[in-house]
Ligand binder design. Sequence first.
Ligand SMILES: Nc1nc2c(ncn2[C@@H]2O[C@H](COP(=O)(O)OP(=O)(O)OP(=O)(O)O)[C@@H](O)[C@H]2O)c(=O)[nH]1
Ligand SMILES: [Mg+2]
Length: 523
Amino acid sequence: MTEALPLTLGTAGHIDHGKTALIRALTGRDTDRLPEEKARGISIALGYARLELPSGRALSVVDVPGHERFVRTMVAGATGIDCYLLCVAADDGVMPQTREHLAVLRGLGVEAGVVAVTKADLADPSRALSEARELVGDVEAVAVSARTGEGLGELLAALDRVAAAVASRAERAGPAVLHVDRSFTLRGIGTVVTGTLWSGAVAAGDEVRILPRGLEARVRSVQVHDAPVGRALAGQRVALALAGPSWREIARGDVVCAPDAELEPTYRIDARLELEPGLPPLERGTRVQVHHGTREAPARVVPLGGGFAQLRLEAPLVPRAGDRVVLRRIAPPDTLGGGTVVDAAPRRHGPSAEVVARLRALERGKAPPEPQAPAAAPEPPRPARPAPELDGAALRIAALLRADGERPRADGDLAAAAGLEPAQAAKRLAALRAAGKVVRVARNLHYDAEVLEGLLGRVVAICERDGSATIASVRDELGTSRRYAQALLEHLDAEKVTLRRGDEHVLRRRPAGGGSPAAPRRA
Ligand SMILES: Nc1nc2c(ncn2[C@@H]2O[C@H](COP(=O)(O)OP(=O)(O)OP(=O)(O)O)[C@@H](O)[C@H]2O)c(=O)[nH]1
Ligand SMILES: [Mg+2]
């Protein structure tokens, strides 16, 4: 039965190395559909096709762009794949994005694949073949030409052999989780989202949640490769017609999941990191781009020891334990390696023997309880009043603020987006403040409490380093606007963490440990 289960094949390789031409020769489908792709002769967006193998087995194909500026798109396309088709042009050999795409695949833990040395009609493929073998080791490599058809049969046979050896995601149990790569609207159908189903199954009539915003929807119908199906399985490329949200409320990077999936947006991930060979270990505070599913977020790395690190995210991701992430350097952009999520919702902590022991136990499938004593940062006082009941409207507001991250919308826009009158929204915001979930930072501006905690920690760090912080220094360092920088500094003044002297804000006292004393911690 294994051979009947769905698998997704992703292309990889340097720009112009014949990925799209090869997929067209194999499937009859031109995955370069955009006018801009036609005009420039390069792939820009992800392309999709269905590839039938000689055994009768069908693979979903994701064709990725090779341009160095589109590696982020490549990562988003590669996250859902089970095996790869690496293209190396016979007349060009191994080039920078050949290597970088392979680094991404390593980071994602995608090990199975085939090398196609393309354009064999243009040059003797032997040099490119040996260069490719040196890179990938013991992987089948075939010389092909999309122009003459040379080697295509052999390539298909090699893909069949690889596919037979790869375990399908459909064999793994789990709730439905789909990482969205597109959201659009179709006349007569409404909102449609597409993506690769990472786990579980989806059928018409299913209720689903859409994270990180916490929207709810019902599945109207399911398609796999343009054909309606009763049920889609993990490993398949899926299009879902959804009743409920507008297509504008969903975007690439969102996660559609079963209501019982126990998935939540997180601003922290404890992961086991595997950096590319030859790279020095990441230092505490290094800022990196973390890619998970079709979403990405900048983060600071806090090494924990034992090969683990805490990734402190500046925008939410929606991972599960066991998921892979890819780490990229922000400037100059390059792929640093990957990691496996060990704890998708850890507390904020630094390195310690207990932390490493706990993460090791989690990796082995045991989940010891969180230590009661705080590991590093002192726990700020909890709100004195008992937490009031939070209704659906309050949770909607909380989810919106969480999704807004470091640039929350103003209270008025928040009310509108949540479908509430300003007075109703103000009541919910008061309840959320009392529960410690959000913090008012200016007259008309709230932040998610945890996001704010991270931001204020960074502002305090600027004060400690430079002796003071200004609107300009906070704006530049946090990559935010003047308005947000001013609101954060005034909040710290009001909380008596800093003191204003002209344009400068200085610390009143040095905080005892890490973290910020000014924002209440989330429960
Ligand atoms: N002669 C010859 N030309 C080829 C072959 N395969 C691709 N080409 C040409 O090489 C150019 C690039 O091919 P694409 O398939 O667009 O390359 P790509 O790897 O998809 O490029 P990006 O998606 O932009 O990274 C096109 O002009 C193709 O016609 C081949 O087997 N033989
Ligand atoms: Mg292409």
